[in-house]
Design a protein around this ligand. Sequence first.
Ligand SMILES: Nc1nc2c(ncn2[C@@H]2O[C@H](COP(=O)(O)OP(=O)(O)OP(=O)(O)O)[C@@H](O)[C@H]2O)c(=O)[nH]1
Ligand SMILES: [Zn+2]
Length: 203
Amino acid sequence: MIKEMKSYEKIEQYDTEITESLADNYRIIIDNLGEDVTREGLEKTPERIAKAIQYLTHGYGLDPLQILKSALFTEDHQQMIVVKDIEVYSMCEHHMLPFFGKAHVAYIPNGKIVGLSKIPRVVDAYARRMQVQERLTDQIKNCIQEALNPLGVAVVIEAQHMCMQMRGIQKQNSVTTTSSFTGAFEKDKTRKEFISLVANKLS
Ligand SMILES: Nc1nc2c(ncn2[C@@H]2O[C@H](COP(=O)(O)OP(=O)(O)OP(=O)(O)O)[C@@H](O)[C@H]2O)c(=O)[nH]1
Ligand SMILES: [Zn+2]
């Protein structure tokens, strides 16, 4: 876990004890793989991986609800707000291999709007953990619903899973699409409007 993660700006502060413990474990893993962990190129690799893996899972130290609540503004606007093409980098919890792609998020406010940057921040806070794409999609939706109590929330994620590309079934071009909707987006017309707004990104 990364030290002092109360603020989501402090992702570079690594806990020394945890970094050393992770590095010790990676040294064993590299050795088990048949490599010489003392050779020049690998000497610092366990520490590098230890930091990288903490970065890739830094979402555990973030509070997504708080991220949204930190930038709520009162507004009458009641039209659909869409933030699309948000890069997603996550790791499948089954193989700890990356899955990555785009998230498209929309909501219809009900008295409160949120600072736009907070939406990708929430996507990141949930993505930077060990995940399945379905849960990631639901968590983003639920968080926005809880923080803003909007008329509706829509989340679509399209992603490629390295565990299906580099290994296993080895399907290089498969893309998985997941979606989750609340409120107004459960109505056909609203959902179609959202889909048409992000459609050029959906295959
Ligand atoms: N539903 C879902 N499945 C995922 C996700 N990421 C990885 N998986 C799947 O998790 C499953 C784990 O299945 P297992 O049969 O236990 O693992 P495995 O033997 O490595 O499976 P293969 O990948 O088919 O070789 C695989 O089918 C993966 O494709 C995800 O985000 N959502
Ligand atoms: Zn996997």
